[in-house]
Design a binder for this molecule. Structure first.
Ligand code: C2E
Ligand code: MG
Ligand code: MG
Ligand code: MG
Length: 280
């Protein structure tokens, strides 16, 4: 059956009817071996305290060096990685690599902050996700010292009943849990209150227009007040201008992240960022 599938695919390819399909098939084949061929790399983007400019954390963001095509961003390949069932191994690699980089910075005498890794819905949905995390933290002091998680709002809302105990267990293990892309998932506020979260990250879509439209300013202001009333911190993502930062500070947002401070950079470039005492 496999040989027949391959023949059919090759026929398709050979007739040149669909270049995009050919590229998709090549990608699929390459992604199956991307891990063993060491084609993934993590970049890091700092989060800073809006009051004093201190770096409070780093976010790990994966990139893929696709052979012949250069650097590909996660939005372009993670859906396929998920479809191929490779997300669990990739996610494990992300955590291991983040811890390795953390240890490497420490070994150089830097004081790296905690690192948040993004986890996909499929990872969190697995029954053994929390146990896997626990085993990792148990065997590795550096992992305990640095690993936090970012989970997108839409994922949490899809199955909130299943998520509550998982997040509670992770928090008990000392893992900070961020709800990512907040504001895009139409969550009910009552739901958010039931999740033992560390902080909300306001989606870039709202942040990018706070200095332009009063509606978005109102939304952001409301999210911040709501989060604070629930005892949660607020991080604004995608901050690109000094005016946005100023407004967010006025609205009492706690932390921010964005091109204004730094793009996501390779591990080697984080050293310079960490060596600088303040970024604003
Ligand atoms: P996210 O977690 O919401 O990450 C923020 C995205 O916004 C990143 O895109 C980042 O590079 C970009 N960004 C940060 N600051 C700014 C800014 O000021 N302006 C603009 N225009 N963009 C900014 P990236 O790296 O392409 O990642 C996209 C998404 O892919 C992430 O969204 C996250 O959901 C997912 N992702 C990234 N790494 C991983 C991973 O290791 N595992 C999983 N499962 N998902 C990942
Ligand atoms: Mg994130
Ligand atoms: Mg985000
Ligand atoms: Mg986002």
């Amino acid at each position: 059956k496999k040989a027949k599938d391959t023949r059919e695919r090759l026929l398709f390819y050979a007739t040149g009817m669909n270049k995009r399909l050919a590229q998709a098939l090549r990608r699929e084949t390459q992604l199956r071996t991307a891990l063993e061929n060491r084609q993934y790399v993590l970049h890091y983007q700092p989060k800073i305290d809006l009051r004093d400019g201190r770096v409070t954390g780093l976010e790990a963001l994966i990139r893929w060096n696709e052979p012949g095509s250069g650097v590909v961003g996660p939005a372009e390949f993670i859906p396929l990685v998920e479809e191929l069932g490779l997300i669990h191994d990739m996610g494990d690699w992300v955590m291991s690599q983040a811890v390795t980089d953390f240890q490497c910075w420490r070994a150089q005498g830097l004081k790296p902050p905690r690192i948040a890794v993004n986890v996909s819905a499929l990872q969190l949905a697995r029954d053994d996700f929390v146990d896997g995390m626990r085993a990792r933290l148990d065997r590795d002091e550096a992992a305990r010292a640095c690993l936090d998680l970012e989970i997108t709002e839409s994922v949490l809302m899809r199955d909130i009943q299943a998520c509550i105990p998982k997040i509670a267990a992770l928090r008990e293990m000392g893992v900070q849990v961020y709800i990512d892309d907040f504001g895009t998932g139409y969550s009910s506020l009552a739901y958010i209150a039931r999740l033992p979260l560390t902080a909300l990250k306001i989606d870039r879509a709202f942040v990018s227009s706070i200095d332009a439209t009063s509606e978005d300013t109102t939304i952001v202001s409301t999210i911040i007040q709501l989060a604070h009333s629930l005892g949660l911190k607020v991080v604004a993502e995608g901050v690109e201008t000094a005016d946005q930062a100023k407004l967010l500070r006025l609205l009492r947002c706690d932390e921010m992240q964005g091109f204004l401070i730094s793009r996501p950079v390779p591990a080697l470039e984080i050293e310079a960022l960490l060596a600088a005492p303040k970024l604003i």
